[in-house]
Design a protein around this ligand. Sequence first.
Ligand code: ZN
Ligand code: ZN
Length: 884
Amino acid sequence: MKESIIPKDYNHERETEWQAKWQESEIYKFRAKENRPRYIIDTPPPYPTGSIHIGHVLNWLYMDIIARYKRMDGYEVLFPQGWDCHGLPTEVKVEEIHSIKKNDVPREKFRQMCIELTSANIRGMKSQMQRMGFSQDWSREYVTMTPEYMEKTQLSFLKMYRKGLIYRAVHPVNWCPRCETAIAFAEVDYHENETYLNYLEFSTPKGNENVLIGTTRPELLAACVAVVVHPEDERYHHLAGEKVTVPLFDREVEIITDHEVDPEFGTGAVMICTFGDKTDVTWVNRYQLDIIEAIDEQGMMKEVCGDYAGLSLAECKEKIVEDLEKEGFLTKKEQVEQNVGQCWRCNTPIEILVKKQWFVAVKELAVQVESAANFMEWMPEHMKTRLLNWTGSMDWDWVISRQRIFATPIPVWYCKDCGKVKLPREEDLPLDPTHEQPKEECECGCNDLRGEVDVLDTWMDSSITPLVIAGWPSIEFWDLYPSSIRQQGHDIIRTWAFYTILRSLALTGESPFLSVVVNGMVFGEDGHKMSKSRGNVIIPEKVVEKYGADALRLWGANSVPGSDVPFAWKDVQHGYKFQRKFWNAFRFVNMHLSDYQEKNLSSDVLKPLDQWILSLLNRLVEEVTQALEEYNFAQARNRIQSFIWHDFCDDYIEAVKYRLYSQEDVESKQAALYSLNTVLKTSLQLLAPFTPHFAEEIHNYLEGGESIHLARWPGSDEELVDIHAEELGRVGVKIISELRRFKASSGMPLNTPLKSATVHVDNPELIVHVETLKNDIMGTIRIGNLVIEEGKPEVREIVVEVIPRMDKIGPEFKAQATVIVSYLQSHDPQEIARNLKNDDYLDIDGSRVTEEYLTLRKELVGHTGEKAELIFLEDLDLVVEMVI
Ligand SMILES: [Zn+2]
Ligand SMILES: [Zn+2]
C-alpha cells in the first residue's frame, strides 16, 4: 500500500465503518463446533432503560478486553448479551407515557405497552454498545420478556417447587407501600435519618405503677401485642408476667422478658408491634404472640386502628402523637438517629406486612452457596467476603412473588374446592395462568381452578443466565456450563451473584461459574457519585463523538476490578493523543517499509539498539499477557502505552532514522526495518483488545486481509529478552536524547552537522558501551568526529555571579542590608568566591556574611583550543564535550 493514500491524521470517525464490517463478517460469532478450548462469559443483562451510562461502559469494557484477548489467545469465546426486562421502572414509565394507571387497561394490554417500550429501549442500547466497539455475539442475544425465556424461568420454578425448594406460606414480608409489592431483603437499603423517640405511659391495672415505654413508631400502637424488658433489668423484673394497658386503645398486653432488649435504649421497656421491624417478627415467633394487621398494601391504616382507620401512616403518626399528648400519655420526646429500611427502587420506607407469598428456601441452600463461593476465584478477593457475610446473615427466605404485572407469571392455579396448588405440565410452558386454564383437572376432580395473579421477582429471570446461555434445559447445556467467568458490579453481589449461585446449585447441583470479576463504580470528575443535581454526569456518546470510542476505552482501561474509578477527561485526551502519536510513527515506518526485503533476518545482523527494542518488546508481551491473566487492565494498558510512546516513538525511531536514509549500509538498514516492522505489528496486536478500531485501521493499511482480531496473540521469545542489550540500549537512548535536547535548547535544527565531540567516561564498562554505540550516536546527532576518552574532562568551575538572598539578608542584617548588597554588586564574583573559600565568610563592614546568605551562579569552562559546550549526564557519570 502506498503512503500517499494514508491520511495524514488518524480519523476516529471511521470507527463506525469497522463496527459495521465486524458485524457483517460475524467475526465474534461463537462456533460451538470449533475444536478449541472454550471461554464463556456470563454477562450481566442490563435493565433496558433506553441508554447505557458510563458505568455500563466500564463494566462492558472489562468483559470486552477479556473476550478479545481470549479469542486471540486461541479460545472459542462465547460473549452473549441479554436484557433483564421485567420490573417496576418500565411499568411506571408506561403509566407516564400513556397517562394511565396499570389497572385502567386489561393486564395483557398493559403488558403489551411495556413490551413495546422495552423493545425500543433495547434497540437504542444495543446500538450504543456496538458504538463502543464491544464484541458480543448478537446471535446469542436473550431477552427475559420473550416466551422462549419465560419458558425457562417458569420451568426453573416448577423444578425447584418439585424439589421442595419453593413453597407458599404466610410470613411477614418487606413491603413497599408505593410499589404495592413484596420485596426481598436484598432489595432493602438502609439509611440513617432523624426521628423522635416518644415516651408513652402504659398503666398497670392496679394503677400503682406505670411503665414508661420509648417508641419511634407510635402509629403502630393499635398493633401492640406485648411489652418486653430485659430479664435482668432490676427496674422491671418484678413486673414480668403482669399486664399493662395500651394507651388510647385500652387493651391489655403482657410484659414479657427477653435477652435481646437493650436496657440502655430509651427506658429499657419496648413495645412489640406487628410489625415495626425485624426484631418484632422474631419476638412474635418466639413467644407465639398474636398478629394484628394495622397497615394495608398502600400504607393506609386498617379498621383495627379505630379512629385512625383510613389515614396514611404519616397522618396517623401525627394524629396519634397529638392525642397521646392531649390525654397525658406522652411524657417526653427525644430526637434520635434511626436506621430505616427503604425500597431500593423508589426509596419509600418499607413496612413489614403479613402476606401469603411464594418463597425460595434460601436457608436450606445457604451452606452449599458458601462452599461454592469458596471454590470460585474472586477478583478482587475481598468481594467474596461480601457474599459470604450476606449468606451468613440470612434468616428469612427469599420472597419471590410480586404484586405487579410486567413480569414472568407464576405458573400455578389453585383449586376452588380443595385449595390445592395445581401445576401445569412442562410441555405447556410458557403460560399465563390468569387467562389460561390447566389442561388437567384437580386431583379432587374439581374443574374450577383460579390462576395465580402474582408474578415472579425479576431476579428469578436473571438468576438463571449461566444456564440460559448454555442452552438449558437441553441436555447439551453441560458442554457450555459452568461459565468461565461472571462479571458484575459490586452493588448486586447480594442479589444477582447470590441468587445465581443459589438457583444454579438448586437446578444442576453445580456452581454456575469458575471465577467472578467485580467492577467498581464510575464517579464524576469531582470524585462524587454522578448525579444530575451535581452536574457531573458524563454521557458516553458525547465523549465518543469528540474523541472516539477507543479514547474512551483507554480511559476505562486505566483501572482495575473492584476499585471505583473517577471519570477523567484528561485520560480520554491522553488516549486520543496517544493514538495520533502512534499514527504518525506508523506513517513514518510505513513509508520506509516499501524498501524492506529481508523478511527472515538472521539475528546476528541486529544492531545494539535493535536488540534493545526487541528485548523490551518481548518483555512487554510477557508482562501484558501476565497482567491480562490477572485482570490488571491498568497495568497492561500503561505498559503498552509507555513502550509505544517513549521507547518506540521517542527513542528507537529517532535513533534509527539515520540508518533508514543511509544508502551504504544495506544490512543495517534492513535490520532497522525488520525491527520497526516487528515492533509495529506486535504492539498493534497487544493494543487490539484495548483500541480495537485503531488497531484494525493500521493493520488494514499494513497488511489488509483478515481482521487483526482474528490474529493470534503474540508470544514472547525468551531468547530475545536480553538484560545486557537492555542496559546498553538504555545508555544509548539516554546519550542520544540528551544530545538531541542540547541541540534543541541551543536553537539548532536537529539535522545540523556538528564538528566533533569528546565523550569523557570514567567507568571502563561504560567505555565499551559507548564504543559499541558510537555509530548510532554519530549518525543520529550528526557528529563528524567522536572521540571517547577515559577520565574526567579537564574543566574548571568558575563563579560568574553572586546573588544576595534578600529573604535572609533583610531579616538578619536589617539596616546593614543595603551596604552588603552594594558590596556584593561592586566586587568581582571570582574574588568573592575565593574569599569565601579561604575564610568561610565575608567581612562586609563588620557583618559576617556566610554562603547561606548568597546564591553563587557557576559555569564550567573546558580546556580545548575551541569554544566547547559541556553536557553532563549525571546518572551515567559521563560528560560530553561538544565542539560546535
Ligand atoms: Zn418501592
Ligand atoms: Zn381440588
